[in-house]
Design a protein around this ligand. Structure first.
Ligand SMILES: Nc1nc2c(c(=O)[nH]1)N[C@H]1C(S)=C(S)[C@@H](COP(=O)(O)OP(=O)(O)OC[C@H]3O[C@@H](n4cnc5c(=O)[nH]c(N)nc54)[C@H](O)[C@@H]3O)O[C@H]1N2
Ligand SMILES: Nc1nc2c(c(=O)[nH]1)N[C@H]1C(S)=C(S)[C@@H](COP(=O)(O)OP(=O)(O)OC[C@H]3O[C@@H](n4cnc5c(=O)[nH]c(N)nc54)[C@H](O)[C@@H]3O)O[C@H]1N2
Ligand code: SF4
Ligand SMILES: [Mo]
Length: 755
């Protein structure tokens, strides 16, 4: 931290990695007193090198939002009132324990939202809570997002978290499917300045192809944009695989010894000819052939799919086919293709060889019998798991929600609203009193990001370059605040019958058990040592820092508690405030594979079982109008509409509609349109634009801030509507339990109301 020119005498600067999207840009914050008054890109950051977007530039406004809760709220006589932390945790213990004791652990639902992957607390404590509570009622944002990718990775590689990332800096050809990184800044591909990286790709002579029903800002940058019919990507990708086989373009290269079932795959895609797929996808058969040939011909190439390929009826098949194409063209695990990152806090790499593999459906949801995936049940099923008494076992009677706003982010928020209201007990760990937390009996606000330490446990495993950064809090914890790590540690204790114990006991328990296991592992640098002696060596100001130190030391680049003196530790990281670069992504196979065969299992059983559904889709024709989503650069899911600097202008909740559809339906620009779906209807102003293809309308998500009992004053001024009210939660990708949020049939009607 240092004084800088251009600021007042008591201002100083501090470094902080931005938590507002997956790009993880390093910021230099200007701080006056305890307030963040400015943010610019940190030019010395080893990864982001100065890049910043409008959200990062508004870090101070997001951080200092006056509507953020400052103290816990506890419900008394039906009303949420400010309380002490002690009262709040007493209320949590008193609310949760009777539910566990009377109805068993599955009666407690845990709902983990998106910002958990953006905080240290979210990485370090929910796993402990889940293990300790042993509930099957686990719901996270993954089942309205990337669960299909986890399932496909689990099946192909035996590890649901082994997700290959496109080598953006080196690839010659990028086929980008259902992603709009110019607005989202990238996802499952952590890359500060994604837009700059796409421009650099083209500048070095590479090619960019974008498949998206909308002509997005990303599509405008592309050499080729294919405006596919929503929900049909799996057909297009299967047809591309067909072409690779038919035209003998399959070339596994150095992957060959690590891949099984290639011939079986050729048989499995035999029905998916470009001609057969063409009509369903509304893409010429010739174009499909060209896409496949270009992929095979490029010196290196990467296929990358995101939200538009995941939150669709064949999300897992599409996610699987993305990797299949990378594998068939020899592009998996090679520079310029798609590679497995290796993060500094990854487990100590074990020797390669067969593993336990990945199982689906080890248990099922109570009401609709949805199979679990990665230990989770579909977020779409949360409402029915609470409000429906049929089925085995108890309904969910208590909910622990951490950083989650499913009333807006999951299908049918009105039903979830009622369900949450009927709970015996609910606690929300959330900075805002919003559409979801307003139902809680206790709301525990974490401090703003400037007062929290930061390390990207999740995103470093998805980054286009291996690197590691850590920031201590930029501003000391305000009096009366509690670090989110401590909130969650105390929550673990309160939920598991250890209310009142010292929260550092949670960290000590994790450290002891991790070290105790490591010393027994032959491949560990600490094999055979005394775990207590190792624990005594850990440094750090608090439990979370000691855990980070332990993970760094045991990790793939770690100093191994003295075994590799040049390696990483917390002390070394603290000495490098702009981070430490660990080099470009490198080929790692076969080490990441944990399948029973020790190989890439190209055609796993659950995929085989789901392929007939895709064959049927060759003959299906869509409704005349289907809905897709869209993101705006100055927005982020449901919680950033309360910051004036990030709202207004083009960031509005309007219904994009193609001019021909508008004309056919008699709609003019700005007119109020009633949009009807299976779950309900909403009204939004029409915005006529040929950026959406014919037959497709688009509404953004995360809006609908007009519910009573919330405290988000700016968001309420221009609330928008909740697009997810159009969904009834019944449409899922069956393998992953992921909600179908794109390609949903809707009907439109003109209304007399003006908006
Ligand atoms: N129709 C449609 N629906 C979608 C999507 C879509 O594309 N279309 N996208 C889906 C996707 S990809 C996702 S990830 C989900 C996201 O949906 P959610 O997982 O519900 O996440 P957010 O909407 O971002 O809400 C985050 C909550 O965390 C709180 N929060 C913010 N910062 C912190 C913090 O530091 N600590 C804690 N404890 N809480 C914090 C916010 O106040 C807010 O209540 O939405 C999904 N819903
Ligand atoms: N500014 C901003 N940034 C964000 C977020 C945000 O809300 N705002 N959210 C963050 C989160 S949680 C996530 S998960 C990521 C998501 O990151 P991205 O996946 O890049 O998200 P989107 O911008 O929604 O892009 C999805 C694209 O898929 C297209 N699409 C819809 N249906 C289909 C289809 O059937 N096929 C194909 N091929 N395309 C389709 C849509 O038109 C859209 O352009 O963004 C993150 N970053
Ligand atoms: S791109 Fe993402 S991480 Fe970077 S400044 Fe913007 S919001 Fe923050
Ligand atoms: Mo997401």
């Amino acid at each position: 931290m240092s004084r800088t020119s251009g600021t007042t005498p008591d201002s100083r600067t501090a470094l902080r990695v931005c938590p507002l999207c997956e790009a993880t840009c390093g910021l230099t914050l200007t701080i006056e007193g305890t307030r963040v008054t400015g943010a610019r890109g940190d030019r010395d950051d080893v990864f982001s090198k100065g890049f910043i977007c409008p959200k990062g530039a508004s870090f101070g406004a997001v951080d200092g939002d006056p509507d953020r809760l400052r103290a816990p709220l506890v419900r008394k006589d039906g009303e949420l009132r400010e309380a002490t932390w002690e009262e709040a945790f007493d209320a949590v213990a008193a609310g949760l324990r009777p539910v566990v004791e009377q109805y068993g652990p599955h009666a407690v639902g845990i709902v983990l939202g998106n910002p958990n992957v953006h905080t240290m607390a979210g990485a370090l404590y929910p796993p402990v809570l889940l293990t300790a509570l042993r509930t099957h009622s686990i719901f996270t944002a993954s089942t309205v997002d990337q669960m299909p990718k986890h399932v496909s990775s689990g099946l192909l590689y035996g590890d649901a978290n082994a997700i290959p990332v496109p080598d953006l800096d080196h690839t010659d050809h990028l086929l980008l499917i259902g992603a709009n990184p110019l607005e989202s800044n990238g996802s499952l591909c952590t890359a500060p300045d994604f837009p700059g990286k796409l421009k650099a790709l083209r500048a070095r002579g590479g090619t960019l192809t974008v498949i998206d029903p909308r002509r997005t800002r990303t599509a405008k940058l592309a050499d080729r944009h294919v405006a596919i019919r929503p929900g049909t990507d799996a057909l297009l990708l299967a047809a591309m695989a067909y072409v690779l086989f038919e035209e003998k373009l399959v070339d596994l290269g150095t992957l060959a010894p690590h891949v099984q079932d290639v011939d079986e795959l050729a048989d499995a895609v035999r029905d998916f000819t470009p001609e057969a797929a063409s009509e369903a996808c509304d893409v010429d058969a010739d174009t499909i052939r060209v896409l496949a040939r270009e992929l095979a011909a490029a010196p290196t190439a990467a296929v990358y799919g995101r939200i538009g390929s995941c939150t669709v009826p064949h999300g897992t098949l599409a996610s699987w086919l993305v990797d299949v194409l990378n594998i068939l063209t020899g592009n998996l695990d090679r520079a310029g293709g798609a590679l497995f990152p290796q993060a500094a806090t990854d487990k100590t790499p074990r020797p390669s060889g067969p593993g336990h593999g990945f199982a689906l459906g080890r248990w099922h949801s109570r009401v609709s019998r949805h199979p679990e995936a990665k230990g989770e049940l579909p977020l779409s099923a949360l409402a029915e798991e609470i409000d429906t008494a049929t089925g085995d076992g108890s309904p969910v009677r208590a909910v622990i929600a951490v950083a989650a706003n499913p009333v807006l982010s999951a299908p049918d928020g009105d039903r979830l609203d009622k369900a949450l209201d009927s709970l015996d007990f609910m606690v929300s760990v959330d900075p805002y009193l919003n559409e979801t937390s307003r139902h809680a009996h206790v709301v525990m606000p974490p401090p703003p990001p400037s007062q929290s330490a930061h390390h990207d446990f999740a995103f470093n495993t998805l980054a286009v370059r291996n690197q590691v950064r850590y920031n201590r809090p930029a501003v000391p914890l305000e009096p009366g605040r509690m670090a989110e790590t401590e909130i969650l540690a105390r929550l673990v204790l309160a939920a598991t019958g250890m209310h009142g114990a010292d929260p550092s006991a949670v960290d000590t328990m994790v450290i002891d058990s991790t070290l105790g296991k490591s010393v027994t592992e032959a491949h560990s640098p600490v094999h055979g040592r005394d775990p207590k002696e190792l624990a005594d060596q850990l440094t750090g100001d608090n439990g979370p820092e000691r855990r980070l130190d332990m993970m760094l030391r045991l990790g793939p680049y770690g100093e191994g508690f003295g075994a590799r003196p040049d390696g990483l530790s917390l002390a070394k990281l603290l000495a490098h405030p702009h981070g430490i670069d660990l080099g470009p992504l490198r080929p790692r196979l076969p080490q990441p594979l944990k399948t029973p065969s020790g190989k890439i299992e190209l055609l796993p059983g659950p995929i085989v079982d789901d392929l007939p559904r895709l064959r049927d889709a060759l003959r299906e024709r869509p409704a005349s109008l289907v809905l897709v989503g869209r993101r705006h650069l100055r927005s982020n899911n449901s919680w950033m509409h309360n910051v004036p600097a990030l709202t207004g202008g083009s960031n509005r909740c309007t219904l994009h509609i193609h001019p021909e559809d508008a004309e056919r339906l008699g709609l003019t620009d700005g007119v109020a349109v009633r949009v009807k779906g299976a779950g309900g209807e909403v009204m939004a102003p029409a915005e006529i634009t040929d950026a959406v293809r014919r037959g497709v309308v688009s509404l953004p998500h995360g809006w609908g801030h007009d519910r009573p009992g919330t405290r988000m004053s700016h968001a309420a001024l221009d609330p928008g509507v909740n697009v997810n009210q159009l969904l009834d939660g019944s449409l899922l990708d069956p393998l992953s339990g992921t909600a179908v949020l794109n390609g949903v049939p809707v009907e439109l009607a003109l209304t007399e109301t003006s908006l």
